[in-house]
Design a binder for this molecule. Structure first.
Ligand code: EPU
Length: 419
């Protein structure tokens, strides 16, 4: 049933709200189940559409996926039943490509649909494939599918041409099941990489340097099962923090790792947002009006592209002119036209958006185009005068667990309605 969100804006959020487990750490953690016949147990897998898509894909490949009595998700691939990730699933979720590395390591063969472009950019996977070739796989593209083969992957030194998050993860999983030592240079340093390393180590791999630009992985032939608790979702945390700020609220966001949020928190402080950072929480109090600021997205520990739309929404209300430059994806300004419908004054010129702050947004019917753009529209709706109706919220459901329930519990007037 397609749904929309109705928001009556203008309520300062107050109270405490807890962050769920990270989508982008859960997806690779689930894919590790392909590396071993023993179960992988994810203690805190969030209930998200993308997590469902990944479990459906793993079931197609032979996994038994169950929930333990305590809610933990148990994934076991005793035998790989198929090495093919079909287009119908990969086209709904690009992260499906994360099965390539572990399938190749376990069975020596993988056939995975090429994801194609998506709403935010072209997003090729050439660096994943170059890395697998470096580990000794033969790669070909046939009828829209990547076909990869290797009798036994062999450890190697791989330098990626650019920093890629899922590319680094895919190579780490392949290397964990490969013979010998792999060194990935120019590796992504996102917290999700270190989280995956923690799980692979629990499965028996030896890994050094995860979270730095040089990751060394010593493969082992018999990876074992493991239990894992994934890190909190830093993008959900950031989105909630901006919700507190943009509504001029007083919100305590709990269950966070503040070091994962450093670039965002520094930028918000620059905007005049009051932040009290605890060991695992952030209390946010919004200013009457934010100060303008310039933002440039970059790989971790830089400012995350996944927070760009949300922070632009805050800057849209700032007292002055801000510039936001998106360096990771070439088409990640889809929220701009929708924010304009709510009164924002934003002009884009290539990768840069120039934002002239307005005093307020007005509620309006708007349409979500991708996950983080949807979150930006929710934030604008929370701040706006009047009623905002957001259609296509299935984009939001891919990556935010019960967002409207969490926001309603801290005072937001937000409701899900059938479209
Ligand atoms: N790229 C290539 N070739 C490759 C791989 C990447 O040219 O082989 C380019 C991409 O087109 C992009 C840049 O490199 O311009 C960085 O892409 P990256 O591979 O790092 O992105 P990703 O791994 O596909 C993950 C997150 C995204 C997040 C980006 C950047 C997951 C499942 N997805 O994507 O999350 O935006 O890293 O931090 O981890 C989201 O959650 O909304 C989301 C889009």
């Amino acid at each position: 049933m397609p749904a929309r969100l109705e928001i009556e804006g203008g309520v300062p959020l107050s109270g405490a709200v807890a962050v769920s487990a990270a989508k982008n750490a859960t997806l690779p953690a689930l894919a590790t189940a392909l590396l071993t016949a023993r179960p992988i147990v994810i203690e805190n897998a969030p209930a998200l559409a993308d997590v469902t898509t990944m479990t459906r894909l793993l079931e197609r490949l032979g996994a038994a996926v169950t929930r333990d009595a305590d809610g933990a998700m148990r994934v076991q691939v005793e035998r790989v039943a198929s090495s093919e990730a079909p287009y119908e699933l990969v086209s709904t979720m690009r992260a499906s490509v994360l099965v390539l590395g572990p399938l190749l390591a376990r069975t020596g063969t993988a056939r995975v649909a090429l994801p194609g472009g998506c709403a935010i950019g072209v997003r090729p996977i050439d660096q994943h494939l170059k890395g697998f070739a470096g580990l000794g796989a033969e790669i070909s593209i046939q009828n829209g599918y990547v076909e990869a083969r290797a009798s036994r992957l062999k450890g190697a030194r791989i330098t990626t041409d650019l920093v890629t998050v899922t590319g680094t993860e895919n190579l780490m999983m392949a290397a964990a099941g490969a013979e010998g030592t792999t060194v990935i240079e120019n590796a992504a340093r996102e917290p999700e990489i270190a989280d995956l390393a923690r799980l692979l180590v629990a499965m028996g791999a030896r890994i050094d340097g995860a979270g730095t630009a040089r990751v060394e992985i010593e493969g082992v032939p018999d990876l074992v099962g493991a239990r894992h608790r994934v890190i909190p979702d830093r993008i959900e945390a950031g989105t909630l923090i901006v919700a507190g700020a943009i509504t001029r609220g007083d919100l305590l966001v709990t269950g966070v790792v503040p070091e994962h949020l450093s670039a965002l928190l520094a930028k918000l402080a620059e905007c005049g947002v009051t932040l009290d950072v605890g060991p695992a929480s952030v209390r946010v109090r919004g200013p009457q009006r934010p100060q303008p600021a310039d933002v440039i997205t970059s790989p971790f520990p830089g400012f995350p592209t996944d927070m760009q739309a949300q922070v632009m929404t805050l800057l849209g209300l700032a007292d002055g002119l801000s510039r936001v430059t998106e360096t990771i994806f070439e088409n990640r300004f889809m929220h701009v036209a929708e924010l304009a419908r709510m009164g924002a004054r934003i002009e884009t010129d290539g990768a840069t958006a120039v934002i002239r702050g307005v005093r307020e947004y007005q509620g309006a019917p708007v349409m979500a185009s991708d996950l983080r753009a949807s979150a930006a529209l929710v934030l604008a709706g929370l701040a706006a005068r009047g009623r905002t109706s957001i259609s296509r919220v299935y984009h939001l459901d891919r990556g935010y667990e019960r967002l409207e329930a969490k926001l309603a519990a801290v005072g937001a007037r937000i409701e899900r309605k059938p479209s």
